[in-house]
Design a protein around this ligand. Structure first.
Ligand code: PMV
Length: 328
């Protein structure tokens, strides 16, 4: 009747941007990520016969409206998988989710959130669901969540329209490679455009959309090969190329879908300066203005110190490759 799960967020080293099937939430391009130990979501799902609907609390705040409906939609998939009938008295659940992220950072928590929700929900509804299938279910909430079921280095292939079985898979465990992701927070404001909307508008109006689709698999190939060889220069260069191509495709949407701000560019200058001075550091951004910097474990302190000095940076966190979902 009750399930608990803990999942980490992840950062894409080769980006997912755009869907080939909105209904099944299937990505149009493949992506590769590393799971991050420093960004954790804990979620409890408890069935309760006294409830007439799901009750969702996120970081202490009751979620009504769209956010609550997204949780219920995911739980509906879990309930269907578990064979819970509409007449079941304990059909609905109390969901309590807590993000252990830098306070109100605007960092995307949907990946860890939907991963934890799916795993805790399956436990609460008594379904023995293999990890791959949990990943496939979590993907329906947020495609990046499919990757957060797994630890270490993870691939999510591109989808095939109409085939809802797509799941992520682990490429290498967390101890494969001693790298760090240094996260520079530049604002506490929530993101301006949801990734779902940004992707849709990019696909609908950007003249660079087809170029993005053509290039994305090449970045994935280069990132996978680089991880295999533990070649941080190769992975860093491909990650930056993927990041800028993704953002360029979005900038060319009409009107532009733009996530970076002035302070983002200042941090990017810092990262380039670090490289000029001989420290291996490479930057990436997602659907927001924060910058995440990939570096070797041995360089993390130097990179973090440089980012702390950058004007406009309000917090810096260092993450290691993290573990996959834990369920009890
Ligand atoms: O899964 P979503 O809807 O949160 O989209 C994630 C998109 C990016 O973060 C920009 C890239 C990625 O692969 O995580």
């Amino acid at each position: 009747m009750k399930g608990y799960a803990r999942a980490c967020a992840n950062i894409a080293l080769a980006k997912y941007w755009g869907k080939c099937d909105e209904e099944l939430n299937l990505p149009a391009v493949p992506s590769v990520s590393v799971t991050l130990d420093a960004l954790v979501t804990e979620t409890t799902v408890e069935r309760d016969a006294s409830l007439k609907a799901d009750e969702v609390t996120l970081d202490g705040a009751l979620q009504e409206g769209a956010a609550g409906r997204k949780v219920t939609a995911l739980l509906d998939l879990v309930r269907a998988r578990a064979g819970v009938s509409p007449e079941d008295t304990a059909r609905f659940a109390r969901v309590v989710s807590v993000n252990h992220f830098p306070a109100a950072s605007g960092l995307a928590s949907s990946a860890s959130g939907f991963a934890a929700l799916t795993a805790a929900g399956a436990r609460a509804y008594g379904a023995e669901v293999p990890l791959e299938e949990l990943s496939s279910l979590a993907r329906r909430g947020s495609a990046s969540a499919a990757r957060s079921l797994f630890g270490g280095f993870v691939e999510l292939p591109a989808g095939v329209p109409g085939d809802g079985s797509l799941s992520a898979r682990q490429l290498h465990p967390s101890d494969w490679w001693d790298v760090r992701v240094v996260i520079a927070l530049v604002t506490r404001a929530p993101k301006a455009v949801a990734s779902r909307d940004g992707m849709r508008e990019t696909a609908r109006t950007s003249p660079y959309w087809s170029a993005w689709l053509a290039c994305a698999p090449g970045y994935v190939h280069a990132v996978k090969e680089g991880i295999e060889r533990r070649d941080i220069e190769a992975v860093g260069a491909a990650m930056e190329a993927s990041t800028f191509a993704m953002h360029a495709s979005a900038w060319a949407a009409v009107p532009a879908v733009r996530y970076v701000r002035g302070v983002t560019l200042d941090v990017l200058d810092r990262v380039e300066a670090l490289r000029r001075d001989g420290t291996g550091a490479w930057a990436t951004m997602d659907a927001g203005p924060h910058v995440k910097v990939l570096c070797a474990g041995a360089d993390a302190d130097r990179v973090a110190a440089a980012l702390r000095e950058a004007s406009g940076v309000i917090d810096v966190r260092v993450a290691r490759p993290g573990e996959g979902v834990v369920v009890t």
